[in-house]
Ligand binder design. Structure first.
Ligand SMILES: NC(=O)c1ccc[n+]([C@@H]2O[C@H](COP(=O)([O-])OP(=O)(O)OC[C@H]3O[C@@H](n4cnc5c(N)ncnc54)[C@H](OP(=O)(O)O)[C@@H]3O)[C@@H](O)[C@H]2O)c1
Length: 325
């Protein structure tokens, strides 16, 4: 039996709690992993309260990330004892995820934990850090002009890592935040300018003064519309989140008059080649001291309580969840 957090939905009734799941019911896959760490992301918070958009099957073990040691493998690429990380790929959404002592997964999308990081830091990166890395790579691949890059939701998981990665890559970073006490934290991650997020949450002209060479946006809604209107000629916005609003009301003007690109980011479906590129970038650019400074570690027992804070926007940085002994 495997100790796990499980969410069960029955019509409108949702229950979340600890259960013992038979190992045979963990799910499909050719690799059995002893989970050491998971993490707590915005999406996990939604799954833990039974949100149907994330927790798409019932019962479900949430946890969109897992990091651990291979216990058994029918995949020739992996051997018992290998340290592996898996983010997204349906974990904690359409299949059982990382909030369990053991997980059965496909070997196809596993990544070997970079030795320079180790398992705990790989979990600190998790889906949020992976998404930040994917967003930065998308901007690099697009080839944005020189100049300032803006990160929204900057004190959150994706935002914090994005600030760190962009600054480590030599960019001047502006960080938009609603956290009045977040300025020192963000400067510590490498941000040069701090912006009050309400400045971006106004409806304005379709083309505004061009300020940003690029942006990483976790917010969506009126903020994303403003970013597009303020992006310089040839710049791009990597859009990965919707904490303000999934709706986007804008015009085509930034696209047709400034050649601005809107780059969609989907970390869940990233293929093996993209995962390898992103983890390579993360390994090269992550400053482990900064990563440690933005990470809070919590036991699996506390995950439900901390998830409530995430949904009210009261969190900062990343949460590693200790799952193993
Ligand atoms: N596309 C993908 O594959 C992918 C992957 C991971 C995450 N995401 C999405 O990215 C978003 C952020 O995820 P996360 O894990 O970084 O979440 P998080 O840690 O909760 O961070 C979100 C941050 O957004 C800001 N914020 C919260 N409510 C807001 C509001 N109403 N208006 C404007 N800003 C607000 C807050 O930062 P400040 O206090 O600094 O403003 C908050 O810390 C979520 O929508 C998540 O679903 C998408």
């Amino acid at each position: 039996m495997v100790r796990a957090v499980q969410v069960t939905r029955d019509d409108d009734d949702v229950s979340t709690g600890f259960v013992d799941v038979p190992e045979t019911e963990l799910g499909e896959g050719d690799v059995l992993v002893d989970v050491a760490f998971s993490s707590l992301n915005y999406k996990d918070a939604l799954a833990l309260r039974g949100d149907r958009g994330v927790a798409r099957v019932s019962p479900l073990i949430p946890g969109i990330d897992l990091v651990g040691t291979v216990a058994e493998s029918d995949d020739a690429r992996w051997r018992p004892g290998d340290e592996v990380v898996l983010t997204g790929a349906g974990l904690g959404e359409t299949r059982n995820g990382g909030y369990a002592r053991r997980a059965r997964v496909s070997g196809e999308l596993l990544i070997r934990v970079p030795a320079a990081l180790g398992m705990r830091r790989a979990a600190a990166i998790g889906t949020a850090g992976f998404t930040a890395g994917q967003s930065v790579l998308a901007l690099d691949d697009r080839g944005i002009p020189d100049g300032d890059v803006l990160v929204t939701g900057a004190t959150g998981g994706v935002g914090s890592v994005a600030v760190m990665l962009l600054s480590a890559g030599g960019r001047t970073v502006a960080a938009a935040t609603g956290d009045p006490a977040g300025a020192d934290y963000l400067r510590g991650l490498g941000a040069s300018t701090i912006i009050d997020r309400t400045e971006l949450q106004q409806s304005g002209r379709p083309l505004q003064s061009a300020r940003w060479a690029g942006a990483v946006d976790v917010v969506g809604g009126s903020t994303l519309a403003t970013l597009l209107a303020q992006t310089r000629h040839g710049g791009a916005v990597a859009a990965c989140g919707l904490v303000e609003d999934p709706q986007l009301h804008t015009t085509v003007m930034p696209f047709i008059l400034r050649g601005v690109a809107l780059l969609g980011i989907n970390s869940v479906e990233a293929d093996a080649a993209e995962r390898a590129r992103v983890w390579d970038l993360l390994e090269r650019r992550i400053d482990v001291d900064r990563l440690d400074a933005l990470t809070t570690t919590i036991p699996l027992n506390d995950v439900v309580e901390r998830a409530a804070d995430i949904l009210t926007g009261r969190n900062r940085g990343r949460f590693v969840v200790e799952v193993g002994d």
